[in-house]
Design a binder for this molecule. Structure first.
Ligand code: PLP
Length: 428
């Protein structure tokens, strides 16, 4: 990669949430292996982000690579309309086996945001089949569900892009976010806002959509399992379907295969994505209960109206099958609990730092909430100089490393955070 490539990128290519006129600098990565990203100058840095929660077994994993190569020799893609293929069938069998018994029908799509759109369309068609026009979604503040329009319309109204797209966005219902944190005592008052809204709007609400236990981009909060239990009870009382967005938390990240298992409640619809292919190719899924799927299919339209071009892409399905095969070896529980233990030993003490408001840990997620906003370009280049890839947002510095990371590598991530906290220039 030459200097002119970098300049071309700077001038012509959008990166996530970036300006094309005056973008922040990008680092060019030429290869990756295990937990390491290799920069073009040959330097290797430890990935503390798992490429946004996805590369859970590390880069260039032999089992994932092998499955992709094996699939590519047969076919990279084939349309899913009127055609099926062994990798998709195997994957859907595995997904149904991994998830609660109730979730019985699978819709595969290309990204997490789309899996949320699909869930919302399912809810609307479900009610239509029952002869009711219901269009409101109830969710909680501080949520994040993706960047497409319906997903944006249920993401936090302040933290997301509601202002910009206000005229275009459907208006949904937002209950106060829970304040009882995962490891502390349950405050029963937390559910009151949700209770009030669901009671007053019960005949308009098509479904409840939320991130179970971990609110990600909305602030990296871990909330109390009792909140979910109460949500589930209220949904049942009013016969309103419950949708869980496990796109970030699915596949072991929180110490359970799915975060909702911390509360022992089962959703009617489940969205998964991110880590599903072990960070190799984009793929997501929306799993629905038989009851909802049947209702949609007996409506006047009879069909569920969605069908992406690359639906059930064979390469993506093969990678997901390999990813699940690695998880089935059951090493992930040991890996996550040893990461969690070390985060308690080495990250938690940062809670005493004057610049820090809170340190939170759940499974292989470590969060440092600062008093002030971080200066992104400065802190990013500091982290790279210190051999780590950590990408904070707002006041949050967090790590979600690959499950295979070892104890020295975790130490390096934490030491880099510690050093950054000691320096004024990284905070605004
Ligand atoms: C990342 C994420 C999404 C969106 O997934 P994409 O694949 O980026 O479209 C939705 N919900 C949650 C909780 C996420 O973390």
């Amino acid at each position: 990669m030459s200097q002119s490539d970098i300049l071309f990128d700077y001038k012509h290519i959008w990166h996530p949430y970036s300006s094309i006129v005056n973008p922040l600098p990008c680092y060019s990565i030429i290869s990756a292996k295990g937990v390491y990203l290799k920069l073009k100058n040959g330097k290797k840095i430890i990935d503390g982000m798992s490429s946004w929660w996805s590369t859970i077994h590390g880069y260039n994993h032999p089992i994932l690579n092998k499955s992709l190569k094996k699939q590519i020799r047969k076919m990279s893609h084939v349309m899913f309309g009127g055609i099926t293929h062994p990798s998709a069938i195997l994957l859907c069998r595995k997904l149904i086996k991994l998830t609660p018994k109730k979730l019985d029908c699978v819709f595969l799509s290309d990204s997490g945001s789309v899996s949320i759109e699909v869930a919302i369309k399912m809810l609307i068609q479900y009610w239509e089949s029952l002869g009711q026009k219901r269009t409101k979604i109830l969710t909680i503040k501080n949520g994040y569900h993706g960047d497409t329009f319906a997903a944006m319309s249920i993401s936090d109204p302040n933290n997301s892009m509601h202002e910009i797209y206000n005229k275009f966005l459907p208006k949904n219902l937002f209950a106060d976010a829970p304040t009882s944190s995962f490891h502390k005592e349950w405050n029963p008052f937390d559910i009151e806002s949700f209770r009030k809204i669901i009671k007053e709007n019960s005949l308009k609400i098509a479904g409840v959509v939320l991130e179970p236990i971990v609110q990600g981009v909305g602030g990296m909060n871990f909330y109390h399992p009792m909140y979910l239990k109460n949500v589930k009870k209220l949904c049942q009382n009013y016969s309103i379907p419950l949708v869980f967005d496990e796109i970030a938390t699915g596949f072991g990240r929180t110490g359970k295969l799915f975060a909702f298992q911390h509360a022992d409640v089962v959703p009617d619809i489940l969205c998964i994505g991110k880590a599903m292919t072990g960070g190799t190719i984009t793929l997501a899924a929306t799993l629905a209960s038989r009851n909802i799927a049947d209702a949609i299919s007996t409506s006047s339209r009879k069909c569920f109206m969605h069908g992406p071009t690359y639906m059930a892409n064979p390469l993506a399905c093969a990678a997901a099958n390999a990813n699940i095969k690695i998880l089935e070896k059951n090493e992930w529980q040991k890996q996550i609990s040893s990461i969690e233990k070390q985060l308690h030993e080495n990250l938690l003490p940062l809670i005493h730092h004057e610049r820090v408001i809170d340190v939170r840990i759940l499974g292989a997620i470590g969060v440092v909430e600062c008093r002030h906003f971080v200066n992104m370009p400065l802190i990013q280049s500091f982290f790279v100089k210190n051999g780590v890839w950590i990408r904070p947002f707002r006041k949050i510095i967090y790590i979600v490393p690959p499950y295979i990371i070892n104890s020295d590598e975790i130490k390096k991530l934490i030491n880099a955070i510690k050093k950054a906290l000691d320096n004024d220039v990284f905070f605004m």
